[in-house]
Design a protein around this ligand. Sequence first.
Ligand code: ATP
Length: 493
Amino acid sequence: MKKTLKKGKVEEYIQIVARSLQLVGKKYKQYMNEGKSKNSNVMEKLISLCKRRGFIFQGSEIYGGLAGIYDYGPLGVEFRNNIKNYFWKAFITDREDTYGMSAAILMPEKVWQASGHTELFTDPLVECKICNERVRADQPEAIRDHESTHAKDGAKMAWSEPRVFNLLVETKLGASEKTATSVYLRGEITQGVHVNFKNVLDSMHPKIPFGIGQIGKAFRNEITPRDFLFRQREFEQMEIQYYIKPEEAEGERLFEYWKQFALEWYYGLGFKKESLRLRQHALDERAHYAKDAWDIEYNMPDVGWKEAWGIHHRGDWDLRRHSEFSKVDLSYFDETTKERFIPWDIECSGGVDRAVLFTLLEAYTEDELGGEPRAYLKLKPGMAPILAAVSPLLKNKPELQTKAREVFVMLKKEFGSIAYDDNGNIGKRYRRQDEIGTPWCIVIDFDTIGDPSNASGQEKTELLDTVTIRDRDTGAQERIAISELISYIKGRL
Ligand code: ATP
């Protein structure tokens, strides 16, 4: 969760931010440079690939777009679903101690008062005295970017004192202005789980420790949305709230367990060892309730280390506050020890869109194949939006088309995400499929159908019902029987 502060501390916070603005800039630059690679423009190339190939588009683009809002296209939505399914399987369905749920996006004001968000879910802003634009005071790169826009006019930069700005997105429900009530589009999905704690207890009777997880949209009025999917105003989160006994040793043990579990999960998306790290929050970085807080960070090309996941020891803050505000008892009764207590919560909170962006950045590869430069997505086979593309060698040969359709239908029935591709020549098809990360291209040629009209003019039956299967990363081709295709692919997933 965002860093929040106790009531009455806001003024002090403003002063600290003002004083530390220059220092932060220096420290931040040093820190970010640690993991900075040389300028490769990978982000620009990826944004262009995502649009050209139907992964991700600017939101409402034909109307000029909306800053910090993105739409997922046909391939993007499949890829994002693969990531979400991988999360759901690892954190929910493969485990015996966790439950899934799906809470509503709209929640009443009281929820956010209890969680502290209406008051304290804030970012410090400074206003440019030249053009009145506001940027985040705690984001030196945003300040630098803005200052560079004025540098060319030789204008003397000046900033206002920092002011706090609430990130919650408010809307109204009700038929008339008078009767309408304020509700909020949730700023984090976390609270949807905490407010249902008792419902899950009463319906599922879980034994502590246990977790409740969900995936869903969150909304933040980010002032400087930037870096493509990295900082958006509408985004998706995947989380688990893991409720434990309020004991120090148990808390430390399970906190360590979830840190490692989340990190391993992230590596499972296909990251190199050196691309990810765990970083502990400094004391002044933590939310006021946090007993401990760590981030999993990704070394973004050209940018440096950026948060992918937060693992937070939230203590009993959320359940205690919701008990107080709702007047509903949110304690847990332990049948074995006959004790009643408010559990502590260990939260693992990851951004779905950041996982999408970071996995694509990590997978983006440029090399040379057959003497030609190429760019491709080296995605893990199970994550790629299309698992295999089936093609007839030539488009205008009905016998090849018929056989290729047969193979396509067989594979589609088994795996779902199979494409039929007969556009352009075979070389172009390979490049296109490489660019979207398709692990295998399967080609039906004259040998597959034992056609005597091929080069030799002789009927060839020894290769009847075999196809070529090409590997995306090496470009190497193998010939295998159609009857073995399913087990070949399954064996490599
Ligand atoms: P940041 O410091 O980058 O603003 P945060 O600490 O506020 O992030 P959390 O409140 O811990 O983030 O949210 C959990 C996760 O949700 C983050 O680790 C990140 O992956 C994702 N997330 C948060 N804000 C955004 C955003 N504006 N756009 C996309 N993903 C986000």
